[in-house]
Design a protein around this ligand. Structure first.
Ligand SMILES: [Zn+2]
Length: 263
């Protein structure tokens, strides 16, 4: 009996350790799509079956979770990862490429050889943002052009690049299309439209205050600015942005509006 109890205790301990060490959330959206997200970066990773294998989008759950991601993929499908796609080159999206290339995956910069994908290039969050629409699952991976857990980051493309990227996404699919941001909960076109409106409101408010000669400290204290920022806090977190990140967001937006003034 004692031995039995010890065994139970050990199994419970093992079980809880497994649960604790699990850094990846798995969400089955449909037969055609799983979305996995690592707790370390919160990057949304797409797993899509194709005829002869699997497509993995943005395979980065955190360096220490790559083998776990690999294991999870193998537990879902008895097929190899044949293609890897990245929405952009930042390490929180592309950092796991090498691991899966070594397993036989092929990193591709376009979907021209993949049936059932639409690929659009944009310049908003980074110099090259890839937007991947998978028709069968009616889901579009938009990378950090859109974020439901953070403020917008349109620094590479500015206002024009942002509008072009969002409108290109809105033109894909239909009203039911699932919009998968780089980070945060997958969402809808409705919330993408809200994000578009709020981002443009943010840019124009910062532009206005910058033109009036306000410095960053004064802008940070402005009630209207805080109001607009809060619109990106879709999960109603008690503290949405650390002060340092708030400051940085304003500084980088000012850099964008100053750059655009000279255009
Ligand atoms: Zn990212």
């Amino acid at each position: 009996m004692t031995k039995f109890k010890i065994l139970i205790a050990i199994s419970l301990l093992l079980f809880s350790c497994t649960a604790l060490s699990s850094g990846i959330n798995v969400k089955k959206v449909s037969e055609h799509l799983h979305i996995l997200s690592g707790k370390e970066y919160g990057t949304n990773i797409g797993l899509i079956p194709i005829n002869d294998g699997l497509v993995l989008i943005d395979p980065m759950p955190g360096n220490s979770h790559l083998s776990e991601l690999d294991k999870i993929v193998r537990s879902i499908y008895d097929k190899p990862i044949t293609f890897i796609l990245n929405t952009h080159a930042h390490s929180d999206h592309a950092g796991g490429n090498e691991y899966f290339i070594q397993q036989g995956g092929k990193l591709v910069g376009s979907t021209s050889n993949l049936v059932g994908f639409v690929h659009i290039k944009a310049k908003s969050h980074s110099a090259i943002d890839n937007i991947y629409y998978h028709t069968k699952s009616n889901a579009v991976f938009v990378g950090d052009v859109f974020d439901t857990s953070w403020h917008p980051t349109f620094y590479a493309g500015g206002t024009k690049g942002f509008i072009e990227a969002i409108d290109a996404i809105l033109n894909l699919g239909d009203d039911q299309t699932l919009i998968v941001p780089g980070h945060g909960a997958p969402s809808s076109k409705l919330s993408l439209r809200e994000f578009r409106k709020n981002t443009l409101e943010w840019i124009s408010k910062i532009r206005e205050l910058d033109q009036q000669g306000w410095d960053v400290d004064r802008i940070m204290d402005d009630a209207k600015v805080k109001d607009v920022l809060e619109k990106f806090n879709v999960n109603n977190e008690a503290v949405f942005l650390p002060q340092k990140a708030f400051r940085r967001f304003i500084e980088r937006t000012i850099a964008v509006v100053k750059r655009e003034k000279g255009m």
